[in-house]
Design a binder for this molecule. Structure first.
Ligand code: NAD
Length: 355
């Protein structure tokens, strides 16, 4: 079997720590199957090249089968001009890879149920859903305009626009994902008010005909934000446009606990993708071996599943994480009384020993 080329962006702060742990896990679960190509991006690239992601480094990501990213940024680069900040590298790599679907799982690991802020009887029913967020369209990418009315009053507008093709391709991502899960898609919109949402609904219903095994339902976004905390166990795959997805995915991450635990994938055509934890570079704990590597390790598992179809290996990683948590081992961010506090590198070693 040919080796997979993976562009690896350690980034800044705790980025290199959590990425280092993830590469060791990947090498253990599938020895000799990857060629890793390190790419400087973010603050360290500003130090090295004067810019957060030079073209030739982006090219390494574009030529790879998938890209794995830690996190970028930190106080050292806070005074850079806006166009040269470390986070610019993030926008460049996302647009350069043409990823249009952001996938964020919201899963509660049973041993961490006590970290869930929802009522016990709600959390106990289990939470395991995925948000598929459209990433390159909608109001964030529409025309932005500040202007004056004829009477001289200040005004502003941002345009929300979607084409049928943009809706169709994200809907396919959601339905395909549902086929490998509990076969339920919830499409979230505001079709009672927005014309864009009515088109969204029509196109999603059209795509649904190609997946007769999958049950589709629709929710208005305001209702969805309530149902997510009322009956989270009833969701499987959620598909929604960019802005609604931005807000609902942050709500979902709070439901399932620590920021250090949650992975994310951004997918484009041809199975290529960008995989990263949802947290930032955590400068407050960088270099202290306190960072929880689980979010990035689970992002590695998503890469195996979605870009390389290595489902068995992805399952093995997710099970090993579950086992470590069941054994009561915790980094500081998920520590509670009665569990055992360990360092980031011990967490990595414990996961590897269970693979
Ligand atoms: P952050 O996610 O870095 O940290 C928020 C809090 O969570 C901190 O207290 C941190 O110690 C803790 N935390 C985060 N990840 C953790 C982990 N794996 N284990 C244990 N604790 C963890 O967010 P922030 O402090 O707002 O931002 C810090 C820097 O990261 C900024 O420069 C910001 O721009 C950047 N940032 C980058 C990304 C990215 O690269 N995708 C995302 C968000 C923020």
């Amino acid at each position: 079997m040919s080796k997979k080329n993976v562009a690896v962006i350690p980034g800044d702060g705790i980025g290199p720590e959590v990425i280092g742990a993830t590469l060791e896990v990947l090498e253990k679960v599938a020895p000799g199957r990857f060629d890793f190509h390190e790419v400087a991006m973010g603050g360290n690239a500003i130090d090295k090249y004067g810019e957060p992601l030079p073209d030739f480094r982006l090219k390494t990501c574009q030529e790879a089968d998938a890209t794995l990213l830690g996190a970028v940024g930190g106080p050292k680069w806070d005074n850079q001009p806006p166009e040269n900040r470390p986070e610019r590298g993030l926008l460049r790599v996302r647009s350069g890879l043409e990823v249009f679907a952001n996938i964020r799982p919201a899963k509660i690991f049973a041993p961490l149920a006590s970290a869930c802020p929802l009522r016990k009887d709600i959390a106990e029913k289990g939470i395991d859903f995925i948000i598929v967020r459209e990433l390159t369209g909608g109001i964030y990418f529409g025309k932005h305009e500040a202007f004056k009315t004829p009477s001289g009053e200040r005004a502003a507008r941002d345009v929300m626009e979607y084409t049928e093709h943009e809706i169709r391709r994200i809907a396919h991502v959601a339905f395909k994902m549902a086929m490998g899960r509990r076969k339920l898609v919830t499409s979230i919109d505001k079709a009672n008010i927005l014309t864009v949402s009515r088109l969204w609904r029509e196109v999603v219903e059209d795509v649904a005909k190609e997946y007769p095994e999958v049950k589709l339902n629709h929710l208005y976004v305001d209702n969805a934000s309530m149902q997510l905390i009322r009956v989270p166990s009833e969701f499987d795959v959620i598909v929604t446009e960019n802005t609604f997805g931005d807000i609902l995915s942050d709500e979902a991450s709070q439901i399932v606990g620590s920021i250090g635990m949650i992975p994310s994938a951004s997918l484009g055509d041809n199975n290529r993708g960008l995989y990263e934890p949802i947290h930032g570079s955590a400068p407050d704990i960088a270099g202290q071996d306190k960072a929880n590597p689980i979010g990035t390790i689970l992002a590695g598992a998503m890469m195996l599943r979605y870009s390389f179809e290595m489902n068995k290996e992805a399952d093995a990683i997710e099970n090993a994480v579950d086992e470590v948590l069941k054994a009561g081992l915790r980094t500081g961010d998920i520590y509670t009384e009665g569990t055992k506090l360990i360092t980031g590198s011990q967490m990595k070693a414990e996961i590897i020993s269970r693979l």
